[in-house]
Design a protein around this ligand. Sequence first.
Ligand SMILES: NC(=O)c1ccc[n+]([C@@H]2O[C@H](COP(=O)([O-])OP(=O)(O)OC[C@H]3O[C@@H](n4cnc5c(N)ncnc54)[C@H](OP(=O)(O)O)[C@@H]3O)[C@@H](O)[C@H]2O)c1
Length: 334
Amino acid sequence: MTRAREWHLVTRPHGEPKASDFALVETEVREPDEGEILVRNDWISVDPYMRGRMNDVKSYVPPYALNEPMDGGAVGTVVASASADVPVGATVVHGLGWREYAVVSARSARAVDADAAPPQSYLGVLGMTGLTAYAGLVEVAPVQVGDVVFVSGAAGAVGSVAGQIARHLGASRVVGSAGGPDKGRKLTSDYGFDAAIDYREGDLPGQLARAAPDGIDVYFDNVGGDHLQAALGALNTHGRVALCGAISRYNDTEPAPGPDNLFLAVGKRLTLRGFIVGDHSRLMKDYVTRAAGWLRDGTLRTDETVVDGIDNAADAFLGLLRGANTGKMLVHLT
Ligand SMILES: NC(=O)c1ccc[n+]([C@@H]2O[C@H](COP(=O)([O-])OP(=O)(O)OC[C@H]3O[C@@H](n4cnc5c(N)ncnc54)[C@H](OP(=O)(O)O)[C@@H]3O)[C@@H](O)[C@H]2O)c1
């Protein structure tokens, strides 16, 4: 095989990551051994959880090693195969992103139908991000018919899908928060939210009270911090919270104080439950069937923000943390 490029983490970021924390490195790509396939990555995913993997801390997923290739979701085309199960030409989703070519164990790759949906959608709405939204609202903080649902990070990959799934599950009112007026308009015009909050305008509790005058029953938390605090104030008795992420805290260099109103959970009998999408993968089949139907009938709309070229993958990740994306942030390699 030839040579190809891959991204390494070379310095552990302190606070907001910077371009110099990453290096694009050229390496030799070996031929696949028995049971392996060689994949040309066509699309790679950059995701907020990768920020946590840049810290040297114990978590549900190991940290990235310095001066080694980073990994993450990718979809690509099989260009050589030493597996009877996966033919050359197949489109597969796998976990060795951040590089142009990957030698992948055939067992850890999942073949997808690139004719049924654009291949990159298996990294977004028909993949891990879509399932995160679904699992959060079906299993973690189940939406009941008539509920008022609040979603933070609502113009992002998970949040935009969560708002629309909440509606499909019978929510009577769906409120979303995002950064800036353009994203707010998108929430109500494209994703069917009833009201949008621009968190950059401040006064989240006041904005939430105006957007959901009867309180909220379910909060899908992508942001943590001030958003979680405002949601705790707005939740109705027996309200439920799906703790999905806390992106407002990912670049913190000191432990941040928790919400100062957590005690409200007692009187209101709230349920706050954290989750990791991988624990809900048995829902994938059911979810993809339902989501494919909603995509077909136009009741699930999605966006992608596409950055071109492996050279720009680190910038795409930095942009994601700053809100440069609407919908799923992707890097297109071919
Ligand atoms: N639990 C799980 O298994 C699981 C799985 C996937 C994702 N997640 C979590 O879900 C959340 C969303 O992930 P995603 O992939 O869909 O990313 P995303 O929402 O598409 O992108 C991240 C967004 O975060 C927003 N953001 C950045 N800093 C912020 C701040 N200080 N306050 C409020 N918003 C801020 C930005 O949008 P604005 O322009 O609106 O600021 C940015 O577009 C993340 O917290 C992620 O860690 C969890």
